[in-house]
Design a protein around this ligand. Structure first.
Ligand SMILES: [Zn+2]
Length: 451
């Protein structure tokens, strides 16, 4: 007999452990003096009491909150967000007053619930603060689907000249039956703003699975400067948020409007988007966990654009349509068409006079760069038909390049010299006379084009 009893007990314990959504009553307590705000009252950075109809502005005063209808006769409603998921059984205010003034209509009340499910109603004036408990009269309670779900506090004095009021202080303790959903992880975020990025880091300290585990328990959002910055008359250049929707869904953060400062003229654009050439920064404030964090972009420059004129088939630029913004780096690529060599390169405009090594940088591999000025410019070039034929080192191991140019038949020089000579050559080296003649045409090194 005793063995059988122990077996039943063991089975009962096992069944209890297997039932993950095991219902237990829990309580959550709010300290009214910790609530803040006016109209909508927040608690811990979240909405707590939100007037929705026929209510005077509510504001905490001296650790208490007054909810009051703004006209008699009509029902006033306040949403209460306890931020729990489960079935609410009762709500206990440690110190509360219900007031209908001296003249009350026939249907007057203060009650809590939603839809068809309500607690008991209080219909008597409470002239001194007392503990009040609202209990759901269906014996079952009111299910809150998730932490964004709410209860309603409704009050009414049907006497048209008088109001209904509900004053609370001390604490509010909510007794509720947990459901499986409240056993899931709740983020516990701390926030850090650096530059244009706000990062929320979850402490994941409740021993439950956090969906941000794969991102080091972090989620962030950034204010991004516009990337298209070439000025067109009538265009705007707005900054934008990156990743805010996901950030908001995890953190319940709210965001203000993006504002701009034109830093080159110190002009406050407010919420107007940049619309003129110049340098700007953009800012935005995100409120998360009850604190405002201001993000700011690095400065960005909306620039005028000009044309890079190019009459040579040997050159291309990296700018679509050969338009470039003031201050942008333009890359010119040289592609020989007839075996020619580039011997000089210029970029000129009304006030621009760039040449190789003076405004134009040779980056090797037949690429050259310059910084676009604020005016149209034209590419200019000189070429040589000298071709590299030999490359060797002399006795001093100095680098030498032998360049040769095939002479055309009929050339005066060719007629004066050996008619059999088909090439005119020079050494390009370190500026010395080269002794070894090549077909009698060896020259001093140096200028390609002078030969
Ligand atoms: Zn988390």
């Amino acid at each position: 007999m005793k063995i059988t009893f122990n077996l039943i007990l063991t089975l009962a314990v096992m069944l209890t452990m297997a039932q993950t959504a095991w219902a237990t009553d829990e309580t959550k307590t709010f300290t009214i003096s910790n609530a803040s705000g006016s109209g909508t009252i927040t608690y811990g950075g979240n909405d707590f009491l939100v007037p929705v109809a026929n209510m005077m502005t509510m504001a905490p005063s001296g650790g208490s909150i007054t909810m009051r209808t703004n006209t008699g006769g009509n029902e006033g409603t306040v949403k209460l967000y306890p931020r729990i998921s489960g079935k609410v059984k009762s709500l206990t205010f440690s110190s509360a007053r219900v007031m209908f003034s001296d003249v009350v209509g026939t249907e007057h009340y203060v009650k809590i619930g939603k839809g068809d499910i309500w607690t008991n109603s209080y219909t008597e004036n409470m002239n001194t603060a007392t503990a009040l408990t609202f209990t759901f009269t269906n014996g079952d309670g009111l299910q809150l689907a998730n932490e964004d779900d709410y209860l309603e506090i409704k009050m009414r004095n049907s006497e048209t000249t008088r109001r209904a009021s509900f004053l609370i202080s001390g604490t509010l303790t909510i007794t509720y039956e947990t459901t499986a959903s409240t056993l899931t992880h709740t983020h516990n975020f701390s926030y850090n703003a650096v530059g244009n990025t706000l990062t929320a880091t979850c402490a994941h300290d409740d021993g439950k699975e956090c969906n941000l585990a794969s991102s080091s328990y972090q989620i962030s959002t950034s204010l991004m400067a516009p990337t298209y910055l070439i000025y067109h008359d009538g265009w705007n250049y707005p900054a934008s948020m990156s990743g805010f929707e996901n950030f908001k869904s995890e953190t319940k953060a709210t965001i203000g409007s993006i504002t701009y400062i034109k830093t080159d003229t110190n002009e406050d654009y407010g919420t107007s988007e940049p619309d003129a050439t110049g340098t700007y920064t953009a800012s935005v404030t995100i409120t998360a966990g009850g604190t405002g964090y201001t993000l700011q972009t690095t400065s960005f420059c909306v620039t005028d654009y000009h044309f890079v004129y190019n009459n040579y088939p040997q050159f291309t630029t990296d700018k679509e349509g050969n338009y470039a913004g003031n201050g942008q780096t333009v890359t010119i690529t040289f592609t020989p068409k007839f075996g020619e060599m580039l011997t000089g390169l210029t970029v000129t405009g009304a006030t621009t006079n760039y040449s190789l090594g003076s405004g134009i940088t040779d980056n090797g591999s037949n690429t050259y760069t310059f910084t676009m000025p604020g005016e149209d410019v034209t590419i200019g070039a000189t070429f040589s038909n000298w071709r590299k034929r030999v490359h060797h080192q002399d006795r001093q191991r100095l680098g030498l390049v032998l360049l040769c140019h095939k002479l055309r038949l009929g050339s005066r020089r060719l007629q004066r010299q050996d008619r059999e000579t088909r090439w005119k050559c020079q050494f390009i080296g370190d500026g010395r006379q080269e002794r070894s003649p090549v077909q009698g045409y060896v020259r001093r090194t140096g200028q390609y084009a002078d030969l």
